[in-house]
Design a protein around this ligand. Structure first.
Ligand SMILES: Cc1cc2nc3c(=O)[nH]c(=O)nc-3n(C[C@H](O)[C@H](O)[C@H](O)COP(=O)(O)O)c2cc1C
Length: 199
């Protein structure tokens, strides 16, 4: 069976980030399914400058070496699960910037979200849905929202993600939706590529 290659994008880079916990949790749940090749994608490995290219990337290719490496990574993957922190009711600047630093590489691929914070990063996720739709991505409807009580318990080490049943159930439901789109869109992109080659 063909397995789409999916990336778990860790959307925060600050030294004491919480993001590693949801990233590892959703990585393990996605890998356990057996229908994906799963890879961790850490924005710390792509220290991009704030966007400084001469034109939007739809008009001219990037020149920055790290941007080219980042674009190659995005291109190599068939779908993305983002861990989403909320900074002042918006996505982290580092994630917004990383999204801006690729263009066609995101196109026609699914996106899913694991948000955490007071309101489960719901406001940041809404903004990401808009941004990613502009890039022709498909944000799946279901999302995981780790709300304040669970978030605090996890931060203080009083709970572990795998032990919170409603989050585990929510994550599995989200991955089911994500899997459908990942398979459908990967097949559709392959058909497009075959048609272009034959033309
Ligand atoms: C600049 C900044 C702004 C924040 N704003 C929000 C916010 O709007 N809503 C929220 O739920 N948490 C907010 N927080 C708290 C974060 O949810 C918390 O720090 C979380 O651990 C951030 O994710 P990270 O540790 O993976 O970077 C903010 C944190 C920072 C550093």
């Amino acid at each position: 069976m063909f397995k789409p290659r999916i990336g778990i994008v860790i959307g925060s880079t600050r030294p004491a980030r919480f993001a590693d916990k949801p990233a590892q949790w959703i990585f393990d749940l996605a890998a356990q399914r057996g229908d994906f090749e799963v890879e961790m994608v850490d924005l710390r490995d792509y220290p991009l400058p704030f966007f400084e290219e001469g034109a939007p990337l739809g008009y001219a290719p990037a020149k920055n070496e790290i941007a080219l490496k980042w674009q190659a990574k995005v291109d190599s993957l068939d779908g993305f699960v983002f861990t989403v922190a909320e900074y002042n009711h918006a996505p982290t600047a580092v994630l917004k910037n990383a999204i801006d630093y690729a263009f066609r590489e995101w196109s026609k691929k699914p996106a899913a979200f694991v948000g955490y914070g007071g309101a489960g990063a719901a406001r940041a996720v809404v903004q990401l849905r808009n941004q990613l739709s502009v890039l022709q991505m498909v944000p799946v409807s279901a999302a995981v929202q780790i709300l304040m009580p669970d978030f605090m318990a996890l931060m203080q080490g009083q709970a572990k993600l795998g032990e919170i049943a409603h989050l585990e159930d929510g994550a599995k439901a989200m991955l089911d939706q994500f899997a459908w789109w990942a398979h459908a869109l990967t097949a559709a992109r392959a058909a497009d590529a075959a048609q272009a080659k034959a033309a």
